[in-house]
Design a protein around this ligand. Structure first.
Ligand code: GUN
Length: 284
């Protein structure tokens, strides 16, 4: 039976550490601020944004929320990003993705000042991750790494399989595992023998977005299983990509959904916002 990795507890510890850092800056007269921009009324995005706001309050970070209508024009959003880039009270800028179809996501990401890019989505920051010389770690992969580290299992020399190749999760996740000397395989919708490849993973990270995608035969006995999925099952209940009940019996460690990767992503965003405030104020 797998040990359950408690993302809620681990994220609380990270947020407490960030709150202490934010308080130390405040003593020096420096406020830390994060701007969160939501375009449209996607219910899942609304939940994420509300959770980010709550985490800011807990960490002592000022949060500036901008909710724009779904029909917002690209120029309007670019103008807002420009304004936030120039605002010294804003240390971090997060534009919630996905954006409505009339807006070019890459264009908006490119407009964010790199030193305020707390998602680590801009070209320069992505490049820095590739090289291994970065200020901002991408939030979800960084959260997954902290969860893996909490197990005490070393990544060095292990077979690591990442399912999913998105710019937000799959690609940077593979890179972070590689930096730790993992032997990394990225699987995606065109991969042949996906089940067999997964079954050889000592560390398996799934970021597919399909409930029940990772079944017990795809998991190696004793593996560390990290579930990035955020899906609704047939009953409308929140669940990950992993068939939790079956895989729990086989894995060594497993993250639940909810209460696994989700809270970690937000904790890492708080950490990046603190890092941004320090960098912009020449602290450390
Ligand atoms: N949408 C889903 N995850 C994320 C994230 O980590 N950052 C942003 N900006 N949008 C998202």
């Amino acid at each position: 039976m797998a040990q359950i990795i408690d993302g809620k507890k681990i994220s609380a510890a990270v947020k407490a550490e960030v709150a202490a850092g934010v308080a130390a800056l405040k003593e020096r007269g420096i406020e830390t601020g994060l701007a969160v921009v939501l375009v449209g009324d996607d219910p899942a995005s609304r939940v994420y944004v509300n959770n980010k706001k709550k985490a800011c309050a807990l960490c002592g970070i000022r949060s500036f929320e901008y909710t724009l209508p779904a029909e917002t024009k690209e120029e309007e959003l670019l103008a807002l990003v420009g304004k936030l880039n120039a605002d010294p009270a804003v240390n971090g800028i997060l534009v919630q993705l996905p954006l409505p179809p009339q807006i070019d996501e890459q264009k908006v990401i490119a407009a964010i000042a790199p030193e305020k890019d707390v998602d680590a989505f801009t070209e320069g920051n992505v490049g820095r991750i590739m090289i291994g010389d970065y200020h901002f770690l991408p939030c979800t992969p960084a959260g997954c790494m902290t969860l893996i580290d909490s197990t005490g299992v070393s990544v060095d020399g292990k077979n690591c399989v990442v399912v999913g190749r998105s710019n937000i999760v799959g690609k940077p996740m593979a890179m972070l595992l590689l930096h730790r000397n993992g032997t990394v395989t990225i699987c995606h919708s065109h991969t042949k023998n996906l089940a067999e490849i997964c079954s050889q993973a000592d560390i398996l990270v799934s970021a597919v977005g399909k409930a029940g995608f990772i079944t017990a035969p795809m998991v190696k006995e004793g593996a560390v299983v990290i579930d990035v999925g955020m899906n609704r099952n047939a009953e409308g209940k929140l669940c990950g990509d992993v068939d939790f009940e079956a895989v729990e019996k086989k894995a060594g460690f497993i993250t639940p959904v909810p209460g696994g990767v989700g809270p970690m992503t937000i904790a890492m965003l708080m950490r990046n916002t603190l890092t941004a405030a320090k960098l912009q104020n020449g602290v450390e």
